[in-house]
Design a protein around this ligand. Structure first.
Ligand code: HDE
Length: 710
């Protein structure tokens, strides 16, 4: 007997991609056939050919239990489109998150560049910015130890300028020829397709150990810069030396820097590992929710400007992408700000289809001979052709210039425009109004580059260790410890002893004590020397390279987690929330149940997280507020114990009511462990003491006791 169709109501999303509205009422139909009339003017669901669909629940069959008919063009169209929903993910930087916004200029840069968007103080141009990890696939976790991409598309009046940078100012290699090797080495092994989104494995370190030029960037990825707290709280760099060219054709070199308005902040490694489990979308969610909540994300754009003469006097080559220019040598001049204030409407259409290209520059900005940059000039357009299927991807809304554009290129896969007329060539006399060259157009800087055809590395690129040493020695003690810890962690995952040993030998050229400590952590007794091509030099430490040296006390844009128990003192919870919000933080409530808690005044407090799903790793500072009864409940809950243990272990400021000693003991923390980062919460007034202390970020003095290093 055929079964009667079940009656279950469905909620179909109102499609936004069709705009077919008709005067007659539209219906929403449940799987069981019941209909709900939509509001007047509601959208009618159609096929891609515009044919109204009368049933979006059931395929066409011969009888209720009969076979599905091939004739069902509605089903076939829907499934076919679905089957083709994916495009190849980016071969690197596959996982990304992006936002719209604008760039606003602080003052005219007309002295150094004729770039139209850099002429008039206060002028704004739209931008689209995509942040990414490099090694992991599209679905990998956000908190992998990795470089972060920082790519900005400026939609200027004279075309798109893409500043396709990273959150580190240097790169692993000096020549584009090595890029596929570097990426093959770090990506999952070709036979087993793991490890995913990690550098802690043999192939990566094998390549590194044979590539001394990579050691400066290795110092950066072993530092906390590789595990940022948020995409909003990290720096960005254009990496290569660019050329700015003014109206008179005079050239000035430029390095681009992005600085987050709220300061930089990173996680500690154990925290990053746990965040990866607690919330693999930690960065993506943070960016989305911040903007969605109405808080714009802001970065300042700075430039280091210098002449050819100055460049000639530096101890390194400005064309070498493994070198940075210390800010103490060429100061940073802030020229504008970028405000990201709108989330994408559609992830695929915008974040996935955006096509950045190093070759997208505008009149007044030019390339240099950095061999890595030159290779990139080829790669990005090439990769878009495979990813986006043909040469017309510039017509996709997110890639389309916002200024007029016109030429005589025609046809090609997925042509979206309908060019009119007979004339598709130039010169022509038949279409005098058609597009023509202009003397104001892009002109390449007339650099005299004549030379022999050679496959060589310049001598001036040969010093591989001095800047690695500069970076390491410019870090504060906790930051140096983290580099040591990261190297020991990563190399302990390398199975081949010879690779571990080779890396340590390179480290000895950077800093003898660093190498000793790592060797000791790995149980390597003897470090064999590797002779450097150029003896490393001691450079004056650059405090600008340290995150902690520059950190300003603040909770702006940070998140405080309050673990609140039933019956907890209402006045204290309220005071904590107010003090946190006054300091610019978001305050999230964590409770035993997602339904929330009842406070001492009998009022109900809704929760943002159940404690299992809201571990302290998700917050910048945490407080635990309990009644005597709920303190007992927490003491018996593994998740509450972890909340305390990790909060303490990740060096956070902890606000605690006096009844929590049993919970602390169960978390492995006794009276003797309490330090200046554990702030007693007795009365409402203590909330400010806790919040003021928490602006300092972390209790660094706690770390050596918790994670002793050689
Ligand atoms: Fe990229 N890089 N890259 N890269 N890169 C790509 O382009 C490449 C390099 C960077 O959010 C790819 O559209 C080569 C340095 C970012 O969409 C590809 C070389 C820097 C993004 C490519 C480099 C970057 C990419 C993959 C060495 C920092 C993501 C998909 C010669 C200055 C952009 C794509 C986005 C993406 C090639 C080195 C930054 C394959 C050949 C150095 C931020 O074209």
């Amino acid at each position: 007997m055929p079964k009667a169709p079940t009656k279950s109501p469905t909620h179909t999303e109102k499609p936004t991609h069709t705009e077919k509205t008709v005067a007659e009422p539209a219906f929403e139909r449940g799987q069981g056939g019941e209909t709900h009339q939509l509001a007047k003017g509601g959208t009618i669901l159609t096929t891609n050919q515009g044919i109204p669909v009368s049933d979006n629940q059931n395929a066409l069959k011969t009888g209720p239990r009969g076979p599905v008919l091939l004739e069902d063009f509605i089903l076939r169209e829907k499934i076919t489109h679905f089957d083709h929903e994916r495009i190849p993910e980016r071969v690197v930087h596959a996982r990304g998150s992006a936002a719209h916004g604008y760039f606003e200029l602080y003052e005219s840069l007309s002295k150094v560049t004729r770039a139209n968007f850099l002429q008039r103080k206060g002028e704004k141009v739209p931008v689209f910015t995509r942040f990414s990890t490099v090694a992991g696939n599209k679905g990998s976790r956000d908190l992998a130890r990795d470089v972060r991409g920082f790519a900005v598309k400026f939609y200027t009046q004279e075309g798109n300028f893409d500043l396709v940078g990273n959150n580190m100012p240097v790169f692993f290699i000096q020549d584009a020829m090595k890029f596929p090797d570097l990426i093959h080495a770090v990506k999952p092994d070709p036979d087993r397709e793991f490890p995913q989104a990690q550098s802690a494995h043999d192939t990566f370190w094998d390549f590194i150990s044979l590539t001394p030029e990579s050691f400066h960037t290795v110092m950066w990825i072993m530092s906390d810069r590789a595990i940022p707290r948020s995409l909003r709280l990290m720096e960005g760099f254009g990496v290569h030396t660019f050329r700015l060219v003014n109206e008179e054709g005079k050239s000035t070199f430029a390095k681009f820097h992005w600085r987050p308005k709220l300061g930089s902040q990173s996680l500690v490694w154990d925290e990053a590992v746990k965040v990866s489990g607690a919330d693999p979308d930690f960065h993506r969610r943070d960016l989305w929710e911040t903007i969605d909540g109405g808080d714009p994300v802001e970065f300042e754009l700075g430039v280091q400007l210098f002449s050819q003469k100055e460049a000639d006097g530096f101890a390194f080559d400005v064309l070498d992408p493994t070198k940075l220019i210390p800010e103490e040598l060429v100061p940073l001049k802030m020229i504008g700000r970028m405000v990201l204030d709108r989330n994408p409407d559609n992830f695929f259409a915008e974040t996935e289809q955006v096509a950045f290209c190093v070759a997208n520059i505008v009149p007044g900005i030019d390339f240099t001979n950095d061999p890595l940059m030159q290779g990139r000039l080829f790669s990005y357009l090439d990769t878009q052709l495979i990813r986006l299927g043909g040469p017309n991807f510039h017509q996709i809304p997110i890639n389309r210039p916002k200024c007029p554009f016109a030429n005589l290129q025609r046809d090609g896969h997925a042509q979206m425009l309908v060019p009119k007329g007979q004339i598709n060539y130039e010169p022509n006399s038949l279409d005098p109004a058609g597009p023509r060259e202009t003397p104001k157009g892009f002109v390449s800087f007339p650099q005299d580059d004549a030379g022999e055809k050679l496959r060589v590395r310049p001598e001036s690129f040969a010093d591989h260790y001095s800047q690695a040493r500069l970076f390491f020695r410019s870090q504060t003690k906790p930051e140096q410890d983290h580099i040591v810890g990261a190297l020991i962690f990563e190399l302990s995952k390398v199975e081949t002893l010879a690779v571990r040993e080779r890396v340590v030998s390179h480290l000895a050229n950077i800093d003898a004590a660093l190498a000793q400590r790592v060797a000791s952590g790995l149980g390597i007794a003897k470090i064999s020397p590797i002779k450097p091509a150029v003896t490393p030099k001691d450079m004056k430490p650059s405090p600008a390279l340290s995150l902690l040296a520059k950190a300003k006390p603040t909770l702006q844009g940070r998140v405080i987690g309050l673990l609140v128990g039933d019956g907890a003192p209402a006045a204290l919870v309220d005071a904590l929330r107010k003090a946190g919000e006054k300091a610019g933080a978001k305050v999230k409530i964590v409770a035993e149940k997602i339904g929330g808690v009842t406070l001492s005044d009998g009022k109900h407090l809704p929760a943002d997280f159940r404690v299992e799903g809201g571990p302290s790793t998700l917050f910048d500072a945490v407080a635990i507020v309990a009644s005597d009864k709920s303190a007992k409940t927490f003491a018996g809950m593994g998740a509450a114990q972890d909340f305390v243990r990790d909060g303490f272990g990740h060096l956070k400021y902890l606000g605690v009511t006096s009844n929590l000693s049993e919970l602390f003991e169960k978390s492995g923390l006794g009276e003797g462990d309490m330090d200046e980062g554990c702030i007693p919460l007795e009365k409402a007034g203590d909330a400010t003491t806790f919040v003021d202390a928490a602006t300092k970020g972390r209790v660094w003095a706690r770390e050596p006791k918790l994670r002793p290093l050689p």
